[in-house]
Design a protein around this ligand. Structure first.
Ligand code: SF4
Length: 100
């Protein structure tokens, strides 16, 4: 599932302009399994997303944003929701995650 963030909210986050994921497909950073995606492929995708985060100059700001705003879905600051101490609730519908 695509992680959710309102486009207006994003434009107000100063760190976004320096984000390493700015040119990446936002779906890479999903932490829910895509339709037809195996567990192994999802795990590989998350590894690739974290590799992008590992090169990101604003990883601390991204992590702080996710923690402050309790983002329940997606990789933020190089971590999954569980790694950030969050247990994601099930979503009722699909929403698009704006590009970071
Ligand atoms: S740390 Fe955040 S801003 Fe940086 S690449 Fe990862 S998700 Fe994007």
């Amino acid at each position: 599932m695509v992680r959710t963030l309102d486009q207006l909210e994003l434009s107000q986050r100063k760190y976004v302009k320096d984000a390493a994921c700015g040119s990446k497909n936002p779906r890479l950073f999903d932490t829910d399994r895509h339709k037809g995606e195996s567990e192994a492929r999802m795990a590989d995708r998350i590894v690739r997303a974290k590799a992008v985060c590992n090169t990101c100059p604003v990883v601390a700001e991204c992590f702080a944003d996710a923690r402050a705003n309790h983002y329940e879905h997606g990789i933020w600051g190089g971590l999954t929701p569980l790694e950030r101490g969050i247990i994601p609730r099930k979503r009722s519908g699909r929403r698009n995650r704006a590009k970071v």
